[in-house]
Design a protein around this ligand. Structure first.
Ligand code: PBG
Length: 330
């Protein structure tokens, strides 16, 4: 219980008077251990490309991955998340390139594991959107993503990524039942220690634009993803999604996007005690960066946004700010 007194004896500002007392009284903080760094990979050799609306974020060809991973390790980042920028020619209706063991993601996993062993964790997205010509996360049938057929492919995609050495499998597709099926196939193949980080609560959001540009799926996608990703008006449904994923065997759950959904993070934490991550998505990044670049807001806004996730109860945050923040925090 909070004991309340009365002004003028009680003055909360006393505790805020100097920097040192403010430091003593901090309730939360952010360290490099809390950051997951997304990395975009592309085909080719010696390539580094900038990405529209994501200042500071680049695509790397595999032989250049070392440049960014070295930095991540040096700055104490525990895990990276790999996203592929796919050649349009490799995309088709069923996203079959997702099951090619020499696809960009598989090659990246092998490259990183070979070079760095367990110095840094690897997380990979499980979903078909980088690989489909229509940009949806699954198999389209009569303009509707078929759940069970998609789950079958997602299981194969998960198994493949885990066999390549991926540590954390992160289904981001929002199909029903996929976490349980993925757990099953991993266990059957002696991969019972591979973690599942479920994008349990993923909203059909307006903040994904720059990411779709970054992985080259923006033009492919003709409509929205509202019949599989969640309606942002709903919170009880979000908790229901989480409880199902926990029953199916998720080790960690994620909420995405981040800042508009702090209430959901905090409720999950209260109700389930499971580790919760947030994904501060591309649109959130672009907005804050744009504000800083135009001097509308101060660059401390970055820290303010990330601390809010910690306050809400997150263990870690997938964020494009990992690049610039890690060195500061270290
Ligand atoms: C797709 C996926 C998306 C993001 C991560 N995985 C976009 C989408 O659902 O269309 C978005 C990340 C971001 O905006 O930074 N499975």
């Amino acid at each position: 219980m909070i004991i309340t007194g009365k002004y003028p004896q009680l003055r909360l500002r006393r505790n805020r008077k100097q920097a040192w007392t403010r430091r003593l009284l901090e309730e939360t903080n952010l360290s490099c251990n809390d950051l997951i760094m997304p990395i975009f990979v592309m085909e080719g050799k010696n390539k580094i490309q900038t990405i529209k609306n994501m200042p500071g974020i680049k695509r790397y060809s595999i032989n250049n991955l070392g440049k960014i991973i070295d930095k991540a390790i040096k700055n104490g980042i525990p895990m990276v998340s790999i996203f592929p920028y796919m050649n349009q020619k490799l995309k088709n209706l069923n996203g079959s390139e997702s099951l090619n063991e020499d696809n960009l993601v598989c090659k990246s996993i092998r490259y990183i594991k070979d070079r760095y062993k367990n110095q840094i964790g690897i997380m990979t997205d499980v979903a078909l959107d980088p690989y489909t010509s229509h940009g949806h996360d699954g198999i389209l049938e009569n303009n509707y993503v078929n759940n069970d057929k998609t789950v079958e492919i997602l299981c194969k995609q998960s198994l493949l990524q885990a066999q390549m050495g991926c540590d954390v499998i992160a289904p981001s597709d929002m199909m029903d039942g996929r976490v349980g099926q993925i757990r099953k196939i991993l266990d059957k193949n002696n991969l019972e220690l591979v973690q599942i980080l479920s994008y349990a609560v993923k909203f059909a959001s307006n903040y994904y634009g720059p990411f779709r540009e970054a992985i080259g799926s923006r033009k492919n996608l003709k409509n929205d993803k509202k019949d599989y990703q969640m309606d942002y008006k709903n919170k009880k449904e979000a908790l229901r999604e989480v409880s199902l994923d926990i029953k199916e065997g998720a080790d960690i759950v994620m909420v995405k996007p981040g800042l508009p959904y702090l209430d959901i993070i905090s409720s999950i934490k209260k109700e389930f005690k499971i580790p919760v991550f947030a994904y501060q998505v591309s649109g959130e990044y672009s907005l804050i960066m744009n504000g800083i670049k135009r001097k509308i807001i101060n660059d401390d806004a970055i820290l303010e946004s990330l601390i809010s996730f910690k306050r809400a109860g997150c263990s870690a945050i997938v964020t494009y700010f990992a690049y610039q923040l890690a060195s500061v925090l270290k």
